[in-house]
Design a binder for this molecule. Structure first.
Ligand SMILES: C[S@@+](CC[C@H](N)C(=O)[O-])C[C@H]1O[C@@H](n2cnc3c(N)ncnc32)[C@H](O)[C@@H]1O
Length: 191
């Protein structure tokens, strides 16, 4: 019998998405209405490009960033860079000073050690939020992946004041045993 992992893997192949991750964004967008037609979306940790494909289909223009190369997609400008590095923020800003949506599915290389992977993912989530703080428009939306663990409440405490709506969410397309959850923040405000 096919498990859930196979289900989304094969669905992505059939429907032309580059990753099963595309369904996580589709599901979250259905629930939270994160991306609107005409938006400029910043996609952090974007390779191979499933989330960028979804954003383009929703009528957005996308700037995508990843350490690894990404084959081109119409409507997507790609930056090869490290989201932890200050020069990457400069390159993002050269394309646009502001974005309607910042989304990050960035994941560390999995070591298999729960605490190490958790802490690395917290660092990536913080780096994503530091970028969002600089470029997200007031009223804009933010979504970021984090692997669960003891630092998650601290991170939530840091992000919370910046959003009128905030929630941790686990999309159906996430693997059942996965440690990942997504922080969804809507209606950003500068503080
Ligand atoms: C799960 S994949 C993203 C999948 C993507 N959302 C999709 O739908 O195809 C995670 C990505 O995060 C990237 N990544 C990890 N650390 C990064 C960093 N410091 N800067 C930029 N990208 C990073 C990895 O290279 C990898 O491509």
């Amino acid at each position: 019998m096919k498990d859930k992992q196979d289900y989304y893997y094969w669905k992505a192949k059939k429907e032309g998405y580059r990753s099963r991750a595309a369904y996580k964004l589709l599901q979250m967008n259905r629930t939270f209405k994160l991306i609107r037609e005409g938006d400029l979306v910043l996609d952090l940790g974007a390779t191979p490009g499933g989330w960028s494909q979804v954003a383009v289909e929703l009528g957005a223009k996308v700037v995508a960033v990843d350490l690894n190369p990404m084959p081109p997609i119409d409507g997507v400008t790609f930056i090869k860079g490290d989201i932890m590095a200050p020069e990457t923020l400069e390159r993002i800003k050269e394309i646009s000073e502001t974005y309607d949506v910042v989304m990050s599915d960035a994941s560390p290389k999995i070591s298999g050690k729960w605490t190490i992977d958790h802490l690395r993912s917290i660092d990536l989530a913080r780096a994503s939020f530091n970028i969002a703080k600089e470029v997200l428009k007031p009223g804009g939306n933010f979504v970021v992946k984090v692997f669960q663990g003891e630092e998650i409440q601290k991170l939530f405490g840091e992000l919370k004041p910046y959003f009128r709506f905030k929630k941790f969410h686990s999309p159906k397309a996430s693997r059942k045993r996965s440690a990942e959850v997504y922080f969804v923040g809507k209606r950003f405000r500068k503080i």
